[in-house]
Design a binder for this molecule. Structure first.
Ligand code: SF4
Length: 217
């Protein structure tokens, strides 16, 4: 079965200052209850409506490479995809920069990608969701990965800050009292002096429907 993705051919908002195509990979090693990408998180992307073969998406990008300024690899969590390095290398070989969106749970994968110029992303956006010690609250159920923790987040953030790659950290300002100043204080050292964008949470189509109402757990 060919690898299936969701493909947005043109975006003006996913790669700062760049007209991009966006490839969304299926699967995630977290289950943030407010997640707006439930269809990507719940499914393995095998034959679902709305999916697109990765090979076709890459062929489309190759045909339109002169019209694009870059390509975004997002999800779900793209570092779960075993062919990620190969995909980055192929896009970069077209002369297009690659932006990678990640939740930071796989520092080993990031380290390996960063080490090879062919697979080194040109821009990284990494989520800082909750205080690191709270990441166990975001673990998936029985089908989840075991290698998820705030310690991985800290390692990924440190790797990124030291990488020399253009990057940003991102945080959703979730409603209080679920999320608050203690989370921001715990995350600030991870962001360090890097750009850190805090955006408002907007309810709607959340993985846990309780988050679509005011009665958030
Ligand atoms: S890490 Fe991102 S894609 Fe995964 S569950 Fe959380 S918000 Fe959704």
């Amino acid at each position: 079965m060919p690898v299936q993705v969701v493909f947005r051919k043109t975006s003006l908002v996913d790669y700062p200052g760049v007209v991009s195509s966006v490839i969304f990979f299926y699967g995630c090693n977290l289950r943030c209850p407010w997640c707006h990408n439930g269809e990507l998180v719940r499914s393995a992307g095998t034959g679902d409506a709305g999916t697109f073969p990765l090979a076709q998406a890459l062929a489309h990008i190759e045909r339109r490479r002169k019209l694009l300024g870059g390509v975004v690899l997002s999800g779900g969590e793209p570092t779960l995809f075993s062919g990620l390095g190969e995909t980055i290398a192929r896009i970069k070989s077209l002369g297009l920069p690659v932006k990678l969106d990640t939740n930071g749970m796989r520092p080993g994968t990031l380290k390996a990608l960063f080490a090879d110029p062919q697979t080194r992303p040109d821009y990284i956006a990494m989520d800082l969701k909750l205080a690191p010690e709270r990441y166990a609250e975001l673990l998936p159920g029985t089908d989840g990965e075991k290698d998820v923790s705030g310690e991985f987040l800290k390692r990924s953030a440190a790797l990124l800050r030291a990488s020399g790659i253009t990057h940003e950290f991102r945080t959703l300002a979730l409603p209080t009292p679920y999320f608050g100043d203690s989370d921001l204080a715990a995350l600030a050292p991870l962001a360090g002096d890097s750009p850190w964008h805090i955006r408002p949470f907007v309810p709607g189509n959340c993985l846990d429907p309780a988050w679509d109402s005011a009665a958030i757990p």
